[in-house]
Design a protein around this ligand. Structure first.
Ligand SMILES: [Mn+2]
Length: 320
């Protein structure tokens, strides 16, 4: 399959690459490495993220190449990274479902999905910590020559962030072997540490303070919430607001920590856990992902507060 997929990419001339909504580091790394590689092959490439990437990616020289619009032209190939389902690329796929039915689609992913589409060429390994790891393992033996230091840096980006800086309960031997190999390929670890870990803006910390003040404990769950309309006031975006979740993960007791975010008539819940399989909880809401990082979206029936209470009660009940 690896060789078949790589040949398909090599034989295509006009290619569009998509990642999921609210792109994270892994999604951005998975998009940009392909751009660097394919542009070197003189191909015609479009990079698409359903919404504008966060300011935190600003230090990456190629970030401006990622667009939030798609032209629906004739492409030889579409590639999905860090997601397998078209629903994850949001409005772009929902407006013109029939367009996507007719396209050749390749998928690189590490999320558990219910609706596997067999007509696509897919490499989905949900035991992998990141999509960057999936792509790196796909090419490292059979297309070694593709991995430039810049590309190795992008892979390292996905590897380190999706593993919570090598803290999560993953396959340690696999992830450290991949990290070491990426360093050998020239990955710039210093660039990533300086711009990713030690680079929070004061606005990010001020918003973090708001989320701390709202933080609530309900039996096994520790959570906080915000309305995306508030972000503008604090001059932060969703990815910066995410900082809350990374810090709170360091508290010992809760089984689950959760960020609850209101977007118009929708509530998006992102969960993290240490020893509890939360992918099953997310599945019960019709979504999924990983054992220790999962999420789901649901519509608001009454109001934001009622929805929060219903979600927390349901999850606590499932934990019993
Ligand atoms: Mn990922």
């Amino acid at each position: 399959m690896k060789d078949k997929i790589l040949k398909k990419i090599e034989q295509s001339q006009k290619i569009a690459i998509f990642c999921h909504e609210d792109p994270d580091w892994d999604a951005i790394g998975s998009l940009l490495w392909l751009w660097i590689l394919l542009e070197n092959m003189w191909k015609n490439i479009s990079l698409v993220a359903p919404n504008k990437p966060s300011k935190i990616f600003g230090f990456l020289p190629e970030i401006w190449k990622i667009k939030s619009e798609f032209d629906y032209w004739n492409y030889d190939l579409l590639i999905l990274v860090d997601c397998s389902e078209l629903a994850r690329i949001g409005q772009i796929s929902q407006w013109k479902k029939e367009y996507f039915d007719k396209q050749n689609i390749v998928v690189f992913d590490h999320h558990k999905t219910k609706n596997q589409n067999d007509s696509r060429l897919t490499i989905v390994d949900f035991t992998a910590t990141s999509c960057c790891e999936v792509i790196f393992e796909t090419i490292k033996d059979i297309r070694k020559q593709y991995i430039t230091p810049q590309i190795a840096t992008y892979f390292y980006l996905g590897l380190t962030t999706d593993s919570g800086n090598f803290r999560f309960d993953e396959n340690h031997e696999r992830i450290f072997t991949n990290a070491l190999n990426l360093i050998k390929f020239g990955a710039d670890k210093k660039l990533i540490t300086e711009n990713l870990t030690n680079s929070k803006s004061m606005e990010t910390i001020n918003f973090f303070k708001i989320l701390l003040e709202r933080m609530k404990k309900d039996w096994e769950i520790l959570y906080s919430y915000y309305d995306i309309d508030e972000l503008q006031k604090y001059n932060v975006d969703n990815e910066q607001a995410w900082y809350w979740l990374t810090v709170i993960q360091e508290i010992r007791w809760p089984k689950i920590i959760m960020t609850i975010r209101k977007n118009w008539n929708w509530v998006k819940c992102s969960m993290r856990s240490k020893n509890t399989d939360i992918s099953k909880i997310a599945e019960s809401f019709g979504w999924g992902w990983h054992i220790h990082a999962a999420g789901f979206t649901l519509s608001i029936e009454k109001d934001f507060e009622t929805t929060i209470n219903e979600v927390i009660t349901k999850i606590n009940w499932m934990l019993k």
